[in-house]
Design a protein around this ligand. Structure first.
Ligand code: SF4
Length: 313
């Protein structure tokens, strides 16, 4: 058996920054540290922080007055921010700057008189935060059927924003349905689907040209960008499975398979990928080959509360 690992995979700049923020907060502030929602959508990362004393809460109400609360990488609405202020919480914002960019776009395009559509998934934390920037003023589009139901006050002035972690293929289909209904609709000058999502999907496409029969994606079930990597492979006829740990691999998946592709979603740590490589080597004698697709060198600076600090892990 051959295992094709691909680069880029795993942590993106936004996830690295969010994890560094929690690491640094643990070093700098007295415990406990609270995090609203999962800091990033990865079970292993969240479990590790939980072991180190971080308390994850769903609601601002669950963090005691005056405590230190970190907002997750997926972003928050102004209502959540105001609520935290009213409780005198010491807050640190780990929202990915590329999500913040979409939040800014909401206000900019509303000021410019556009009707806003957001392509995304209803219950995702990021969508909740973006929609919360302008309650009642953004229509969510989850699929092409939703496009038929849209009602806009000015069909000549429609702006389409997107969740940052969508499938590029699926989004193209929805965008073309929107353009069919609203030929003058526009998208922001710079893509909302982020560089890391695009790069990881491109990398999977490349793996599929190298004979990958089964694709293993290391990532958690609630990780949007990881789910999309599986879809990219499935849409092209390969079997693909999303796994949190190597122990979840079902031997049935690999029966008679000669080439396995291996990647990881943007919130999955590299040690989990290496765990899979080791299992495939030990159990199936698999040789590993790395496929390099693109270099990534994006780095985001830390929020002002932690500027100048260095994370020690
Ligand atoms: Fe930011 Fe993209 Fe990473 Fe999400 S996947 S945290 S938007 S860089």
């Amino acid at each position: 058996m051959k295992v094709l690992t691909v680069s880029p995979r795993g942590f993106c700049a936004g996830v690295r920054r969010a994890i560094d923020i929690v690491d640094l907060a643990l070093q700098k502030f007295p415990p406990p540290i609270y995090v609203r929602k999962e800091i990033v959508h990865n079970k292993s990362v969240v479990d590790d922080f939980r072991r180190r004393g971080v308390i994850f809460v769903d609601q601002i109400e669950d963090a005691p007055e005056n405590s230190c609360l970190i907002f997750s990488a997926h972003g928050i609405s102004p209502t959540v921010r105001d609520l935290a202020k009213s409780k005198n919480l010491r807050t640190i914002d780990a929202t990915c700057p590329l999500v913040t960019k979409v939040h800014f776009e909401v206000h900019r395009f509303l000021r410019e008189g556009y009707c806003l559509l957001l392509i995304g998934h209803k219950d995702h934390d990021e969508v909740e935060g973006t929609m919360g920037e302008a309650p009642g003023k953004i229509q969510l589009v989850e699929n092409t059927e939703d496009v038929d139901r849209l009602q806009v006050s000015n069909p000549d002035r429609v702006m389409v924003l997107t969740q940052t972690t969508l499938s590029i293929d699926e989004t193209k289909g929805i965008l073309s349905a929107i353009r069919k209904r609203f030929p003058k609709s526009k998208t922001p000058p710079k893509d909302d689907i982020c560089y890391a999502t695009q790069n990881r999907q491109d990398a999977v496409r490349e793996l599929l040209t190298k004979g990958t029969e089964v694709l293993l994606v290391v990532g958690s079930k609630n990780s949007s960008n990881s789910q999309r990597l599986c879809e990219v492979a499935r849409d092209r006829g390969a079997h693909s499975y999303l796994i949190d740990r190597a122990s979840e691999i079902n031997p049935e998946w690999l029966k008679g398979v000669k080439t396995v592709g291996l990647t990881a979603g943007a919130s999955a740590p590299e040690f989990l990928v290496q765990e899979v490589v080791k299992l495939l080597h030990d159990k199936y004698g698999a040789e590993t080959e790395e496929i390099f697709v693109r270099e990534e060198n994006v780095i985001f600076s830390l929020p002002k509360e932690l500027a100048g600090a260095t994370a020690v892990r």
